[in-house]
Design a protein around this ligand. Structure first.
Ligand SMILES: [Zn+2]
Ligand SMILES: [Zn+2]
Length: 256
């Protein structure tokens, strides 16, 4: 009999298929975090950077099984993989719908991106529906049985950037996305089972991004059970002295 507290019995599996920044630092894939709930629930993604299909397959995860993608903001390293995801479904004869939840503007920007990359792809008849849901800061949406709440992040990207909090399988996962420090992150992290936090640089001030120094400074206000760092530049990766927090790597599996 496996005790319920055993990691093996944990109901939600979080796989960091892509844990990198936009520029391939450390040879890492762009943002793509795969969440699998209990009981055979369809998996969902947090962000879908341009390299996501490769990243998922490298982890043995089927992009065609993903039921919903929650997008933090409209930069290519966070939503640039969606055209590939949708075309892969088309060529693999996917029939189950795909829901994409993202910031205001995604319903326009995603078809534009598809047309730029694969002309005609945004209007072609497919055997599965792609539902685009625009999520404003301060509101919630449910997709594939996962409830997402959104806060305004501080990260210009042609539309509002979001920090997200997902309720999945009885657990709560907070995600900063890319953002300068904002007190909204205190709410995103509050009591969560896991906070996935950007840590772009250690100390250097880079506009509109989180630094390790910000997380240390506000550490007492971040009340999640666990914090895992992601979206790290070479500055972070070459100085693995962030002992205060766990750091993601491509392929890292966290059970909560
Ligand atoms: Zn960004
Ligand atoms: Zn980014």
């Amino acid at each position: 009999m496996v005790p319920v507290s055993s990691p093996a019995a944990a109901p939600v599996t979080v796989t960091f298929a892509g844990s990198g920044d936009a520029f391939g630092s450390g040879g890492r894939s762009q943002a793509c975090i795969h969440l699998q709930g209990p009981g055979g629930a369809a998996p969902v993604l947090l962000d879908c950077g341009a390299t996501s299909l490769t990243a998922l397959r490298r982890c043995g995860l089927d992009p065609g099984a993903v039921a919903a993608v929650f997008v933090s903001h409209l930069h290519g390293d966070h939503f640039g993989g969606l055209p590939f995801m949708i075309l892969n479904g088309q060529f693999a004869r996917r029939v189950d719908p795909l829901t994409v939840v993202g910031p205001p503007g995604i319903a326009r920007r995603l078809p534009e991106l598809m047309e730029c990359m694969f002309p005609g792809s945004s209007t072609v008849a497919r055997e599965f529906g792609v539902d685009l849901v625009e999520l404003r800061p301060g509101t919630e949406a449910v997709a594939a049985g996962v409830r997402a709440a959104a806060w305004a992040a501080d990260h210009p990207s042609g539309g509002p950037a979001l920090a997200l909090r997902l309720a999945i399988g009885g657990k709560v996962v907070g995600y900063t996305g890319d953002t300068a420090w904002t007190d909204a992150l205190i709410d995103v992290a509050a009591g969560a089972d896991l906070l996935i936090a950007e840590a772009y640089y250690r100390e250097k001030s880079v506009p509109y991004h989180l630094r390790l120094a910000d997380l240390v400074e506000h550490g007492a206000q971040l009340t999640s059970r666990r914090i895992v760092l992601t979206h790290m530049s070479a500055d972070m990766l070459e100085h693995p002295d962030q002992a205060r927090f766990e750091a993601a790597a491509d392929g890292l599996v966290v059970r909560i």
